[in-house]
Design a protein around this ligand. Structure first.
Ligand SMILES: CC(C)(COP(=O)(O)OP(=O)(O)OC[C@H]1O[C@@H](n2cnc3c(N)ncnc32)[C@H](O)[C@@H]1OP(=O)(O)O)[C@@H](O)C(=O)NCCC(=O)NCCSC(=O)c1cc(O)c2ccccc2c1O
Length: 319
C-alpha cells in the first residue's frame, strides 16, 4: 500500500464510502477503513450528502414575530445556528386543547417561520408528554363555535390547517401522548409525523356532536384509505402509535426519550437538501387535495426568490 498513488487512494476511499451503510457503526467505519487502508474521512462529499447527521438536541432560543407581542398559549423557539423552528402548544393542564387565542398565536408563529429565510423546517408539538393536542377546548364551546374572552365565536383552526398545508417548508408533527379530535387533524395536515411510543391517535368529534368534514376527512382518506377513515370517524376508536404506523397515519415511532432527538435528526436530513425542490414537492404532493390553490404555491415568481442549494451541511451548521 505504501507505493499507492494519491489517485488510487482516492478511488478506493470513494468505493469504501459507497459500500458502507448510510449510518455505519463506529466498528463498521473502522473496519472498512482499515481493510482498504485509505485515508478517507467521514467528512467527504459522499457522507455530507448521504451520511448520518448529528443527533444532539439544538440550543433553543425564544423567538418573537414582528408584533413583538408575548405568547401566552404557545412557545415559539428557533435553534441556534441551524434552520429549525419549534412551535409548542403550551396548555398541558388542558392536554394542549386549543382555544381561539391558541390558534391566533400559532398562526403568528407559523407566519414568522415561513417568512424567516434562515428557517427551513418547523417542528410542531405539544408541551409535556401526555398530549400533542386534544382538539378544541370544550369548556369554551358555545352555540357560535369556540368562544374566546372577547365572546366572539370562531373556528379559526381551519385557517391554521390551510396555513400549514400552504406553508412552503416542511412541518413535522412531534407527537407524545394524545393527538385526538382537532389535535388529530392538526398532525394529519403536517408533512410528517414522528410519534413517541406512548402516542394515541383518534377522532373524538362525533362523541361531542362535532366533525371536520374538510381536511379532517379528505386527508385521512388519502393517508389510510376510505374504509379505515370511516372506521376512525364513525367508531371514534383510539389507536396506538404502532397501529398508526402500520396504517400509514404516521411516519415512525420512537421511544419517548428519543422523540426530540429523532425529530431533529429528520429535520437535519431535510435541511441538507434543496429547499426549492422540497417546496415544489410539498405542493405537488398536496395538489391532489388542494387543487389549483395547492399548485399556486410554488408559482414561478416565488421560485426565483429561493436558493437552489441546501440550507444545511455537516461542515457549517448554518440556517
Ligand atoms: C385527551 C383525553 C383522552 C385525555 O384523557 P386523560 O385521562 O389523560 O386526561 P383528562 O381527561 O383527565 O384531562 C385532563 C384535563 O384536561 C382537560 N381537557 C382535556 N381535553 C380537553 C379539551 N379538549 N378541552 C378542554 N379541556 C380538556 C380535562 O377536562 C381535564 O381537566 P381537569 O380540570 O378536570 O383536570 C381526554 O381528556 C379527552 O377525551 N379530551 C377531550 C377530547 C375532545 O373531545 N376534544 C374535542 C373534539 S372536537 C374538536 O376538537 C374539533 C376540532 C376541529 O378541528 C373542528 C373543526 C370543525 C368543526 C368542529 C371542530 C371540533 O369540534
Amino acid at each position: 500500500m505504501a507505493e499507492m498513488t494519491d489517485s488510487a487512494r482516492r478511488r478506493i476511499a470513494s468505493i469504501a464510502n459507497h459500500i458502507m451503510p448510510a449510518h455505519p457503526s463506529q466498528s463498521q467505519q473502522g473496519n472498512a477503513i482499515a481493510i482498504l487502508d485509505c485515508s478517507s474521512s467521514m467528512n467527504d462529499s459522499f457522507h455530507r450528502v448521504h451520511g448520518g447527521v448529528p443527533t444532539d438536541i439544538p440550543v433553543w432560543t425564544p423567538a418573537r414575530d414582528d408584533s413583538g407581542k408575548e405568547y401566552t398559549d404557545i412557545i415559539y423557539e428557533k435553534a441556534v445556528g441551524e434552520g429549525i423552528a419549534k412551535i409548542t402548544i403550551n396548555r398541558p393542564e388542558r392536554r394542549n386543547a386549543f382555544r381561539p387565542q391558541t390558534i391566533k398565536e400559532l398562526m403568528r408563529a407559523f407566519n414568522d417561520a415561513r417568512d424567516d429565510n434562515s428557517i427551513g423546517v418547523i417542528i410542531f408539538t405539544g408541551k409535556g408528554t401526555k398530549a400533542f393536542c386534544s382538539g378544541g377546548d370544550q369548556s369554551l364551546r358555545g352555540k357560535e363555535g369556540y368562544v374566546d374572552y372577547d365572546s366572539f365565536g370562531r373556528l379559526n383552526v381551519l385557517d391554521l390547517q390551510v396555513q400549514i398545508r400552504r406553508l412552503p417548508k416542511p412541518v413535522i408533527a412531534m407527537v407524545a401522548g394524545y393527538a385526538v379530535g382537532g389535535g388529530h387533524v392538526l398532525h394529519m395536515v403536517c408533512d410528517l409525523t414522528i410519534a413517541a411510543a406512548n402516542a394515541i391517535f383518534g377522532q373524538t368529534g362525533p362523541k361531542v356532536g362535532s366533525f371536520d368534514a374538510g381536511y379532517g376527512a379528505s386527508i385521512m382518506c388519502r393517508l389510510i384509505g376510505p374504509k379505515k377513515a370511516r372506521e376512525m370517524w364513525y367508531m371514534t376508536r383510539f389507536y396506538t402509535a404502532s397501529e398508526a404506523e402500520k396504517m400509514g397515519l404516521i411516519n415512525t415511532v420512537v421511544e419517548l426519550e428519543k422523540l426530540e432527538e429523532e425529530t431533529v435528526k429528520w429535520c437535519r436530513e431535510i435541511l441538507r437538501n434543496s429547499p426549492m425542490a422540497i417546496r415544489v414537492l410539498k405542493s405537488a404532493v398536496n395538489a391532489v387535495d388542494d387543487g389549483h390553490a395547492g399548485l399556486q404555491v410554488p408559482s414561478i415568481s416565488s421560485i426565483f426568490q429561493l436558493s437552489l442549494s441546501p440550507t444545511y451541511n455537516n461542515d457549517a451548521r448554518v440556517g
